[in-house]
Design a protein around this ligand. Structure first.
Ligand code: DQQ
Length: 490
């Protein structure tokens, strides 16, 4: 018999599908179950599953709103399960948004570091940002610590955000994005700050890893810093870089500087210039982890601020790129390759072999992986066509000029960069999903990530007048949908 004065809450869990139109909803890229998604956060491997949190507005897909942390987990980086909202903007220090941050795993706990944003309308500055610690002991429920914020950073306000934390030896390190006033140029410039801690809660300023000289923008968002193949990579998303030729065509960029780092002095010595990491329209706010297999895996928000894509009216906005493994080549270039788990999604082989100019291969359910091998001494034109010509993509290689181009049509549809195959064949891998395309040229030295919105059946057409030596098109199985577990009280 149950005591009479006890309120009985029966928790019912059931699968529900949000009111999301499926036409552009990704088949194998993580997108929110409903609402708005931006930056990846708290990417981690906890109890043998990958966890990915993200900036989430559960109240609307039309605007970013006041950021929450959405949450999903996966065993293989593609079959994602949506989990309950991990954090709400419910404290004085984050009532203007639970902004971006990262995770470390220790003693079977998930330590989540993020930026608490507080808006102060009608004041100067109109917002303040603090660094905050929250902990999960089961990978689902998250508790913000009692003593928060852990870093106030008074002198670094107002833009002081996006902590990325890692451990080296017995010390914890945190890199943060910041903007500062430069007296020489009387302007605001971006930079990356380094903090250290011995206990994960008390943090001290350690160094400025690097800063803009005016050419690299007014604010550096979502910095990440890691060792890779014997060098160090400072990866960040600067705001305010001016377009220059084929470079920096998006509203904001993501790129990297390679250098050496001394853990004794905390000094970073760049050995390269800033290099843009992806050449498509939609690639921002990257985050990486070193997984248990020692892979440095990167994921980015495959969208861009101020785009207002049509999916918003379908009940969701934003998705993540496919996870990519990073390496550094001898020229200090970051190489990106799709994680090998993508192979487990392959279904039927639609086509494999030599294809004549004009050949057409129809895709199933807008989800495919395409491998192309062709002569490096010929032009290449591949069309990803939909029933609406303005929602198609033209991929091309111009042999004379040594250029690769992605043209998704419409205003500002062209993105391109210089590239020539570095082996005796031109290799291209393309990944099509319901509203995205990702291209990996060569060994992964050049990538393009862009959104496009195909209607009706999607077809691959060999354009131009040259045959393609070899093209293989695999169906990719659906691994994700907009359904999610809802907990309701009865
Ligand atoms: N988005 C977050 C910030 C970050 C920016 C807020 C990058 O923390 O700097 O949603 O897109």
């Amino acid at each position: 018999m149950l005591p009479t004065k006890v309120f009985i809450f029966i928790l019912i869990c059931y699968r529900a599908t949000a009111d999301v139109n499926d036409r552009y909803y990704p088949r194998y890229h993580l997108a929110p179950p409903y609402g708005w998604m931006n930056d990846p956060n708290g990417f981690s491997e906890y109890r043998n599953e990958y966890h990915l949190f993200y900036q989430f507005n559960p109240n609307s897909s039309l605007v970013p709103g006041i950021a929450h942390w959405g949450h999903a987990k996966s065993k293989d980086l593609f079959r994602w399960e949506h989990l309950p909202i991990a954090m709400y903007p419910d404290q004085w220090y984050d009532k203007g948004g639970v902004f971006s941050g990262s995770a470390i795993v220790e003693n079977d706990k998930l330590y989540l570091y993020y930026t608490g944003n507080v808006n102060n309308p009608d004041q100067y500055p109109d917002h303040q940002q603090h660094q905050v610690l929250a902990i999960s002991t089961n990978g689902i429920n998250v508790t913000k610590q009692v003593i928060n914020p852990i870093i106030n950073g008074t002198e670094y306000q107002p833009d002081f955000r996006d902590p990325k934390v890692w451990k080296y030896g017995k010390t914890y390190y945190m890199v943060l994005g910041n903007s500062f006033h430069d007296n020489d140029t009387n302007s605001t410039l971006g930079r990356a700050l380094l903090y250290t801690s011995k206990d994960k809660t008390q943090w001290n300023f350690a160094s400025i890893l690097d800063e803009s000289d005016g050419s690299l923008g007014y604010m550096w968002e979502c910095p990440d810093f890691f060792e890779l193949d014997g060098r160090f990579v400072l990866l960040f998303s600067p705001q305010g870089i001016q377009p220059s030729g084929y470079k920096y065509r998006n509203l904001y960029q993501t790129g990297y500087i390679v250098g050496n780092f001394d853990y004794k002095t905390n000094m970073f010595t760049p050995i390269t210039e800033f290099v843009e990491l992806d050449h498509g329209h939609d690639f921002y706010a990257t985050q990486t982890i070193l997984d248990k297999a020692k892979r440095r895996i990167l994921i980015a928000w495959m969208d861009m601020w101020d785009q207002n894509y049509v999916e918003a009216e379908d009940g969701f906005t934003g998705q993540m790129t496919m996870p990519r493994v990073l390496s550094l080549d001898k020229n200090n270039r970051l190489i990106q390759r799709p994680v090998k788990e993508i192979a487990s999604l392959r279904g039927r082989t639609r086509f494999s072999g030599r294809a004549r100019a004009g050949a057409v291969i129809r895709l199933r359910d807008k989800a495919a992986e395409i491998h192309i091998k062709s002569s490096p001494n010929n032009d290449l034109d591949i069309l990803i066509e939909s029933s609406n010509a303005s929602n198609s993509v033209l991929i091309s290689y111009n042999y004379q000029r040594g250029l690769v181009t992605l043209n998704r049509g419409g205003k500002d549809g062209v993105r391109r960069t210089k590239w020539r195959p570095e082996s005796d064949k031109l290799h291209l891998k393309a990944y099509i999903d319901a509203s995205s395309i990702e291209l990996f040229f060569g060994n992964g030295e050049v990538t393009f990530s862009s959104r496009f919105f195909p209607t009706g059946a999607v077809k691959v057409r060999i354009g131009g007048s040259n045959d393609v030596e070899s093209i293989t098109v695999f169906d990719l199985q659906r691994t994700i949908d907009a359904s999610y577990e809802i907990e309701s009280e009865d």
